[in-house]
Ligand binder design. Structure first.
Ligand code: NAD
Ligand code: TYD
Length: 366
């Protein structure tokens, strides 16, 4: 039986992690434990995303630790201080475009950071049994959050399943693939209890505005151009972030150790069709002229090695763990647009530093 009492969430100040922590502490009555949020607060991490949680649960069920997952001494200290029994590992460098212009940080955090966490967990969770032998406790779990991008790129047909061979094509997906292999290596070699999930593209509140959906929403509101890579026909499978997180919680509770689970939205859109849909929603809510917004669509140079299509077969998760998504795409997009309209302060805060510099360095002012 898994303890799930002192959960170390890494990357909890980022997009998916902060939504996960909020849902776990406010909308998951079966969870009675504590969350320790370990985050380095890179450009993508914002402690303010959890200010409400800090206020309500800080010091009792929520603890923030500003630390880097590659810093072994700090990770060891945190395991000890909070007697960690579960790791849910979100922390990563997560943006494909940044992995193209600066791959090193991806190798450091995604590969070395995951290795450090695995190795500290293995040591901390090793016990001496009654017969004098040493082994890893069976009431602990290391859950690794990964991406469908490790499987590579699909043609017009077919889906990624859990047995699709890995074929990563960007430094980001290669670093995530590497971390996935390390997770299973620690399971097979040392008996570390692990589960792993590969999810499709998420969207929702607190999404850093370098990713397609928030970038487009904010550019529409600011009257800026809408940069579409290549021919705009690349396909992604979109899932509302809360539905990703209910899947993660189901796997952490009921998933079989040593198994991986695909998570997807069964919701494929070309980028250009998605943008057209989003324009209608933003125009209606912000009282803007949709034709004027459409006139700002700008086809720009394609991303190098741009994966053409991602599509997930998540039948294993649905069949074995009974997960289903609860938010339709229209509902999710509306909630997302509403959130960005209501939170200009958050946006100004996250855009004020490194992000603006990175965009201008790589793309000029747009
Ligand atoms: P994000 O970039 O919004 O957040 C990443 C968080 O990790 C930030 O808070 C950052 O400060 C933290 N972090 C980065 N490097 C760190 C380090 N060395 N030590 C400690 N903390 C560090 O990312 P996200 O979109 O929330 O993605 C979370 C996870 O989900 C990642 O592992 C990503 O690969 C995976 N994933 C994301 C998507 C998606 O659509 N966003 C889809 C599938 C899987
Ligand atoms: P992104 O949100 O970066 O996620 P990922 O590359 O991990 O799928 O991009 C989603 C899709 O949108 C991808 O096909 C690239 C495309 N895209 C644009 O066309 N313009 C943009 O400005 C961005 C950021 C992405």
């Amino acid at each position: 039986m898994r303890k799930l009492t002192n959960i170390l969430v890494t990357g909890g100040a980022g997009f998916i992690g902060c939504n996960f922590i909020r849902v776990l502490l406010t909308k998951t009555p079966d969870f009675k434990g504590r969350i320790i949020n370990l985050d380095a607060l890179t450009y993508a991490g914002n402690a303010s995303s959890l200010a409400d949680i800090e206020k309500e649960f800080g010091g009792s069920r929520y603890f923030f630790q500003h630390a880097d997952i590659t810093d072994r001494a700090r990770v060891e200290e945190i395991f000890k201080r909070y007697d960690i029994d579960t790791v849910i590992h979100f922390a990563a460098e997560s943006h494909v475009d940044r992995s193209i212009t600066g791959p090193e940080a991806f190798i450091k955090t995604n590969v070395m950071g995951t290795f450090t966490l695995l190795d500290v967990a293995r040591n901390y969770w090793t016990e001496t049994r009654a017969d004098g032998t040493k082994g890893i406790r069976n009431d602990v779990l290391f859950h690794h959050i990964s991406t469908d991008e490790v499987y590579g790129s699909l043609g017009d047909t077919g889906f990624f399943t859990e047995t699709t061979p890995y074929d990563p094509r960007s430094p980001y997906s290669a670093s995530k693939a590497s971390s996935d292999h390390l997770v299973f290596a620690y399971h097979h070699t040392y008996g570390l209890p692990v589960t792993l999930s590969n999810c499709s593209n998420n969207y929702g509140p607190y999404h850093f505005p370098e990713k397609l959906i928030p970038l487009m929403i904010l550019n529409m509101l600011d009257g800026k151009s809408l940069p579409v890579y290549g021919d705009g026909k690349n396909i992604r499978d979109w899932l509302f972030v809360e539905d990703h997180n209910t899947a993660v919680w189901a796997i952490v509770n009921k998933g079989t150790s040593g198994e991986k689970y695909n998570i997807g939205g069964e919701n494929e859109w070309t980028n250009i069709d998605l943008l057209q849909r989003l324009i209608d929603i933003v125009a209606a809510k912000a009282k803007l002229d949709p034709a004027a917004i459409r006139s700002t669509i700008t086809y720009v140079k394609d991303r190098p090695g741009h994966d053409r299509r991602y599509a997930i077969d998540c039948s294993k998760l649905k069949k074995e763990l009974g997960w289903k998504q609860s938010v339709t795409f229209d509902q999710g997009l509306e909630r997302t647009v509403d959130w960005y309209l209501a939170n200009p302060g958050w946006v100004a805060n996250v855009k004020s530093g490194d992000y603006q510099k990175w965009v201008e360095h790589n793309y000029g002012k747009r």
